[in-house]
Design a protein around this ligand. Structure first.
Ligand code: DX5
Ligand code: ZN
Length: 221
């Protein structure tokens, strides 16, 4: 089974993002994972709509924007205009999640909803039929190169069971501490998209690291 590989440019050299995009394209990445942080919902600050617009011009790959921000509804139009293909928001940061998801879908984008490590899958029950992706965080969001939280594996399996029971078509993405050591297990649990930052950009040969991650992921499918 084809597994989406979504390299996170959070671990790339921010002064050389065009080079990172070219590398990802030639290495066969499926999408580019863009980690947007606001310094409020998470204790880190990264990039905003102007940088997403610049990335859009520099690659053919779809931009998978992970919005770790409060007040997402205020920004969704900007990220859509900047050229994002998918917007994933956090259940913990969206008090009006149904409206937020409708807003994303209304703009013709794929909608994802993410769960922090301590947030139970049951919080998705009402929104599951409406979304394209569930993003299960396997680290606390905010920083790259953290260790995979083992409990995320069982959580992916529980989300997969919920999706099946609801007859929904949402797919599961997993983000945080993913590498060749755990990719197959995460896919076996039900993930269809793997985000990886440090395992790719922190490797001596990012191109080889991406190929190895894909091989590991697809061995679990
Ligand atoms: C964490 C981000 C992730 C993360 C992935 O807040 O959402 O996308 O940077 O990086 P690694 O693969 O290094 O854990
Ligand atoms: Zn992310």
């Amino acid at each position: 089974m084809k597994i989406e590989i979504a390299p996170s440019i959070l671990s790339a050299d921010f002064a050389r993002l065009a080079d990172a995009l070219a590398l990802l394209e030639s290495a066969g990445a499926d999408v580019v994972h863009v980690d947007v942080m606001d310094g409020h919902f998470v204790p880190n600050l990264t990039i905003g709509p102007p940088v997403v617009a610049a990335l859009r011009k520099a690659t053919r790959l779809p931009l998978d924007c992970h919005l770790m921000i409060e007040d997402a509804e205020r920004w969704i139009g900007d990220y859509a205009r900047a050229g994002a293909a998918r917007l994933t928001v956090h259940v913990e940061a969206c008090p009006h999640l149904h409206r937020t998801v409708q807003q994303i879908k209304g703009l013709g984008l794929e909608a994802g909803v993410s769960l922090n490590p301590a947030t139970p899958p049951e919080t998705l029950s009402e929104i599951l039929p409406l979304i394209d992706w569930v993003l299960v965080m396997s680290v606390e969001p905010g920083f790259p190169a953290q260790s995979f939280i083992p409990g995320a594996l069982g959580k992916v399996a529980r989300v997969a069971a919920m999706i099946a029971a609801a007859g929904a078509s949402a797919r599961i993405q997993v983000d945080g501490g993913i590498g060749t050591a755990n990719a197959a297990a995460v896919v076996r649990a039900g993930a269809r998209s793997l985000v990886a930052g440090n395992a790719i950009f922190g490797a001596p040969d990012p191109r080889a690291a991406l190929a190895a991650l894909r091989a590991a992921a697809e061995s679990g499918s």
